[in-house]
Design a binder for this molecule. Structure first.
Ligand SMILES: Cc1ncc(COP(=O)(O)O)c(C=O)c1O
Length: 380
């Protein structure tokens, strides 16, 4: 059997990681400003993470959601405290798409007669049925997913949102406070606050997708905390367990849990919870969120300071940064990997997207700047 070939791959076989560095099978070291697509929060192969996951493996890796799992309870309590959402409820699954899928289902269960959803232009929310339907990319929506529930509206332009909400029939509004795939586009506080107010007024569930921009990446625990809003539902994944597959739905106390309404086989298993708890230990011990803010500010300043005419904009918060170029991103991203041994992400046609581990140091940020200055753009 061969692999189903859906990923355009870089020909690099990564076999080892440590902090913000990874190594290929030939021993070549790379600086990781990509974090395996925003997944690595506390750094690759953190010793505390290894210890905790290993200890758990020796006890039990998995048992079903039909019995008490104290690790889930501990995770909910600690996540509530660190994020400022102690009164919310946690439902655990295995990925970001599943988190959004369940969030949208909850909104629909709460308001059964409403079948409309409002989402942002340029949004990305995952690839499962409802998650992909609220994703603004027709190329990845199969005909079976295209059920006409969704209206896409421009971010930061409140009028069309209020108009659509007042037409009625809307179950949920879903918003990435900072769009990732959409190119590091940030919701403004004014827009977000007016949207949250309108959702309350019309009894519509507001979901913030914090799968990429959340879990410390923006320099606050959640990116919407920069905007002065409190969503009804928050979805998380990626950095929650530093690479162990896990997602979470944080649900306001206004939602009553109903036995059997949601469920999963693997979600919140013992090993995943041990990984997520180890991540929170390191967040507390090493002030990971503050580091993301401080090093993120520093890195953004340094990128702006390069003063290159090829850089047309630099935007973002914390360690979620977009560098807009006057050329296709692949002309820089590829030689950065090949010649400068540095991974970055990308968005749209011409945006380099930086999503490093949140433990990035200022020295590593300086090192990236040197590589970025040195790199010579190459035609494909
Ligand atoms: C904002 C956002 N939502 C949802 C997802 C989907 O997450 P997953 O790939 O874990 O299903 C992603 C993944 O990139 C994302 O960036």
């Amino acid at each position: 059997m061969k692999l189903f070939d859906v990923y355009p791959l870089f020909d690099v076989n990564i076999v080892k990681g440590q902090g913000c560095k990874v190594w290929d099978d030939k021993g070549q070291e790379y600086l990781d400003l990509y974090g395996g697509h925003a997944v690595i929060s506390i750094g690759h192969s953190h010793p505390h993470y290894i210890k905790k996951v290993e200890e758990q493996l020796h006890k039990i890796a998995f048992y079903s959601n039909s019995v008490v799992n104290k690790l889930q309870v501990e995770l909910a309590e600690r996540l509530g405290k660190i994020s400022g959402y102690e009164d919310y409820q946690l439902f655990l699954i295995n990925s970001g798409a599943e988190a959004n899928e369940n969030a949208l289902k909850l909104a629909s269960f709460k308001n059964p007669s409403c079948t409309r959803i409002l989402a942002c232009e340029h949004s990305f929310h995952g690839r499962t049925s409802l998650a992909v339907e609220v994703t603004h990319n027709p190329k990845i929506v199969s005909p079976l997913n295209d059920n006409h529930h969704v209206r896409f509206l421009p971010m930061n332009d409140i009028e069309p949102w209020v108009r659509e909400l007042s037409r009625g029939g809307v179950a949920a509004v879903i918003l990435e406070p900072i769009q990732g795939v959409g190119g590091i586009r940030m919701a403004t506080p004014d827009f977000a606050q007016k949207l949250a107010y309108a959702c309350k007024r019309f009894g519509v569930t507001l979901i913030c997708d914090e799968i990429q921009c959340g879990y410390g990446r923006s320099g606050k625990f959640f990116a919407h905390q920069w905007l002065g809003i409190k969503p009804d539902i928050i979805t998380v994944a990626k950095g929650i367990a530093n690479g162990f597959p896990m997602g979470g739905v944080l649900i306001s106390p206004e939602f009553e849990p109903v036995y059997g309404q949601l469920g999963t086989t693997f979600g919140g298993n013992h090993l995943a919870c041990a990984a997520a708890l180890a991540v929170l230990d390191v967040f507390e011990e090493e002030n990971i969120v503050e580091n993301a803010r401080e090093v993120g500010d520093y890195l953004m300043e340094r990128i702006r300071g390069i003063g290159s005419s090829h850089i047309t904009d630099v935007r973002g918060r914390g360690l979620m940064i977009g560098i807009e170029l006057d050329m296709p991103h692949k002309m820089v991203r590829k030689p950065l990997i090949k010649h400068e041994h540095c991974f970055t992400g990308c968005a749209g046609q011409n945006i380099l997207r930086l999503l490093p581990p949140l433990c990035l140091t200022k020295t590593e940020a300086d090192d990236f700047i040197e590589r970025l200055i040195r790199v010579q753009p190459e035609e494909d």
